[in-house]
Write a protein that binds this ligand. Structure first.
Ligand SMILES: [Zn+2]
Length: 300
């Protein structure tokens, strides 16, 4: 897509809340096996809204995160099913619209405290990410979006694992893309105190292809994070912004986000003006928010 004369990418939104809206509970990743068609339908909704990059439903698909949810032995099927579903949606879009959205493999963090903050060793975390990325690459997806990390140290471990896969694939002439986004709080640092400038130093060192912020805060609060990345990385950097659609509102065990698609879309424009080139949403975002953002981009 174009915005203000420059090329940008419209990304998608999260899967979890879309599953909850369909009445599913718990770990969304297992529904790649247990509710394949519904899982695919959620990805299709984002593609139909205009998403140019569409993510697999694999946020919890590393060994630690799946293991703690009781699905450690289902890892390969969870990952391969989601890649198949996302590829099938991409093919449908190609047939329908004449262009194919890019399929992006995602992972969230281990859910453990990695050393020096906790007792999960860097080697254990590395092995967990390496195995996950290896499975995805064996399924033919040559990228990894490492997202919603709060600890730059754990992010660095995951990047090292992805870099090892990248090196192996490079020998076969295959290009592998590493994409990283950290979750920043509304004050502009992650829960572990990392600033966008700290993060960029690591992303630069490892030649990360695209980086930025997802989750953690609203588009308004994310603005200073994107400005920080932009100042550090310069105008050509592929900066990603996937803010939440508002602040979380907790009622009992239910968390909702109140931002309308129109407000969300409007606030996202400032992130693009600040240097973001890849834009989508995180918690609270639905396909309606992405569709509203597409509308606004096409008419501004
Ligand atoms: Zn989120």
């Amino acid at each position: 897509m174009k915005y203000a004369g420059k090329d940008i990418v419209l990304y998608d939104g999260p899967k979890g809340s879309m599953f909850f809206a369909k009445g599913y509970k718990g770990c969304a990743d297992i529904y790649n096996i247990e509710a394949y068609e519904d899982s695919k339908d959620i990805i299709r909704k984002y593609a139909n809204a205009g998403s140019e990059w569409i993510q697999t439903n694999t946020f919890n698909s590393n060994g630690f995160a799946l293991g703690s949810r009781g699905y450690g032995d289902r890892q390969r099927d969870i990952i391969s099913n989601s890649i198949r579903a996302t590829n099938e949606v991409a093919d449908e879009m190609l047939a329908k619209n004449g262009w194919r959205p890019e399929v992006i493999f995602i992972t969230g963090p281990t859910g453990r405290m990695v050393e020096p903050y906790g007792d999960t060793t860097e080697q254990e975390a590395y092995d967990s990410f390496y195995e996950e990325f290896k499975i995805a690459s064996e399924c033919g997806i040559y990228n990894a979006h490492i997202e919603t990390f709060m600890d730059l140290n754990e992010m660095t471990v995951a990047i090292r694992a992805a870099s090892a896969i990248r090196e192996e694939l490079a020998k076969k002439g295959i290009n592998y893309k590493i994409i990283c986004t950290m979750a920043f709080e509304s004050h502009g640092r992650t829960m572990f105190g990392n600033s966008p400038e700290d993060c960029y130093e690591v992303f630069k060192e490892y030649g990360v292809d695209a980086f930025g912020a997802n989750c953690g805060c609203t588009a308004k609060d994310m603005l200073k994070v994107i400005e920080g990345y932009s100042a550090a990385a310069g105008p050509d950097a592929m900066i990603i912004a996937k803010p939440n659609a508002g602040k979380p509102i907790t009622q009992g065990d239910k968390v909702t986000y109140a931002e309308t698609p129109e407000i969300f879309a409007h606030d996202c424009l400032a992130l693009l003006d600040a240097g973001a080139k890849i834009i989508g949403g995180c918690c609270g975002t639905s396909d309606l928010h992405i569709a509203a953002l597409k509308d606004l981009l096409e008419n501004s």
